[in-house]
Write a protein that binds this ligand. Structure first.
Ligand SMILES: NC(=O)c1ccc[n+]([C@@H]2O[C@H](COP(=O)([O-])OP(=O)(O)OC[C@H]3O[C@@H](n4cnc5c(N)ncnc54)[C@H](OP(=O)(O)O)[C@@H]3O)[C@@H](O)[C@H]2O)c1
Length: 231
């Protein structure tokens, strides 16, 4: 007989890298029923895959997201880990580049939160994955740094909403993941995503905060807690 699941976690961007590591932990340690979204199905039979391609066309997003949220059981934990690397100065980026990054980094999480809260009136927990780029301006990553900073503030505001339980904002430094696949970047000194996931998992479950914001740094790997608010 199948064991009863202890809750439902929805991991947006959970098909690879950090999101997949978090999804795996949530399933194995908490016995959560875990749904992951992305474009490529991961090879993990215990995790349920939902196809979600977030493109540059903002008009297509609401109906895609409505369908996903209305088909799911009540969500107990939303992990938002979708993101991709984009390099180019403000002059070089195309309209498509700009709208895709804003859709992945801001519009999609906002629509998802709006749909979940309208459907179930409460959401016990959120893990928002940003990046140390949230605090680091970069000439060649203007939209990426902006969406990560914006997403961090969005999650902070969300933590003030009585309908929302715990909100953890985690901004990791460079990790050895598919994020860098199409670049020449040397990832050998970057963080292991499994280690980062373990830290995030622990930071989320170890105490009863309302809002916690952390940086996960490298060389050496370490955690910096920037804020831990209990109410
Ligand atoms: N790796 C780093 O150095 C680093 C550093 C700091 C922060 N981060 C952040 O950490 C988070 C996880 O990234 P990662 O390093 O684990 O990279 P990853 O392995 O490439 O994972 C990114 C996830 O986002 C999904 N995704 C990307 N673009 C998408 C799109 N257009 N539509 C739908 N889903 C999309 C991917 O799904 P599919 O591929 O299946 O579509 C995948 O599940 C991201 O938010 C990233 O910005 C990464």
């Amino acid at each position: 007989m199948q064991e009863r699941e202890s809750g439902t976690a929805l991991v947006i961007g959970g098909t690879s890298g950090l999101g997949l590591e978090l999804a795996t932990l949530l399933h194995s340690k908490n016995n959560f029923g875990v749904y992951v979204t992305g474009r490529e199905k991961p090879e993990n039979e215990q995790i349920k895959f939902i196809h979600l391609n977030i493109g540059p066309d903002t008009n297509l997003l609401p109906s895609r997201i409505n369908n996903i949220i209305s088909d799911l059981p009540q969500t107990d934990l939303l992990v938002y880990a979708a993101g991709f690397y984009q390099e180019g100065s403000m002059k070089q980026l195309t309209d498509e580049d700009i709208t895709k990054m804003v859709n992945v980094g801001l519009v999609a999480p906002m629509l998802i939160l709006n749909r979940i809260l309208n459907r179930q009136n409460k959401l016990p927990g959120v893990m928002a994955i940003t990046s140390t780029s949230q605090w680091t301006p970069r000439i060649d990553e203007p939209i990426y740094t902006a969406v990560k900073a914006g997403f961090g503030m969005f999650a902070n505001s969300l933590s003030l909403d009585p309908q929302v339980g715990k909100v953890l904002v985690a901004g990791p430094a460079g990790m050895k993941t598919n994020f860098w696949l199409e670049t020449e970047k040397d990832t050998s000194n970057m963080l292991e995503p499994a280690w980062v996931a373990k830290q995030i998992y622990q930071l989320y479950f170890e105490d009863n905060f309302k809002y916690k914001c952390v940086r996960i740094l490298r060389e050496p790997p370490r955690i910096e807690i920037l804020e831990n608010r209990i109410a």
